[in-house]
Design a protein around this ligand. Structure first.
Ligand code: SF4
Ligand code: F3S
Ligand code: FES
Length: 234
């Protein structure tokens, strides 16, 4: 296999973005995680990339794989061609090579949308721990499967053009809290948060988000539903 990897270290003033080529033999069941570690071992220990769980859970290994956002730990090399191009996810601050700071972006989005249960002046454990209808719990759990990998943001033309756009990941979180009976926020409150071009009305239905989401979340359905609700509210 031949890997073409976009290398750049913004911490080093003399560093310039460049494609660097590495060659290696493919092994059965090889993932990009294994391949990148082998490249780091055999060629260059300074190659930067992120992995924690290696199981599609932590969301840290998102990168552009042949131009398409995806999780490197869940991508088998046998599903790709003999020439593989890797680059960092756009839309996020570059740390170095394939490593980007999705955490800073996700934190900003979460603080802006206040992605926590609202409305209870005092902690009411009876209410917080009240049994929930299993079907409702299932619906909330489904939306909570987001691992904040950032692939949907990197795949979204709107997010790349408008840095304040909250993206499908942010809209999915609002859909999740709207469902939660412990959250007292109303649609009017949500309208304040997402009823503009940086929110649900900025989405141009480009569908890249849903195409690349490694958790197969129904992002487009959630966004379309939220848009209808916000139109009714506004
Ligand atoms: Fe990743 Fe999907 Fe969550 Fe977007 S919605 S951050 S693609 S898991
Ligand atoms: Fe972007 Fe997805 Fe909307 S790709 S424009 S958030 S449908
Ligand atoms: Fe955790 Fe890939 S290393 S999702």
């Amino acid at each position: 296999m031949t890997f073409h990897i976009l290398r750049h270290n913004p911490q080093e003033p003399q560093s310039r973005p460049q494609m660097v080529t590495y060659e290696m033999d493919e092994a059965p069941g090889m993932t990009l995680f294994i391949a990148l570690n082998a490249i780091r071992d055999e060629y260059d220990p300074s190659l930067q990339f992120d992995f924690v769980c290696r199981a599609g859970i932590c969301g840290s290994c998102g990168m552009l794989i042949d131009g398409r956002p995806g999780l490197a730990c869940r991508t088998l090399t046998q599903t790709l061609g003999e020439e593989i191009t890797l680059a960092p996810l756009p839309a996020f601050k570059l740390i170095g090579d394939l490593s980007v700071d999705t955490g800073q972006w996700m934190r900003g989005m979460s603080e802006r949308l206040e992605t926590w249960v609202h409305g209870q002046e005092e902690i009411d454990l009876d209410r917080l721990e009240a049994p929930m209808e299993p079907t409702l719990a299932e619906e909330i759990y489904e939306l909570d499967r987001c691992i904040e990998c950032g692939c949907c943001v990197a795949a979204c033309g709107t997010a790349l053009m408008r840095e304040d756009f909250i993206g499908a990941v942010g809209l999915n979180k609002i859909a999740r809290f709207r469902l939660d009976p412990r959250d007292d926020r109303t649609d009017a409150d949500y309208f304040e948060l997402i009823g503009d071009d940086d929110g649900v009305f900025g989405c141009m239905t480009l569908l890249g988000c849903q195409d690349v989401c490694p958790k197969d979340l129904t992002l487009q359905t959630q966004i379309a539903f939220l848009r209808r609700r916000m139109i009714a509210t506004g």
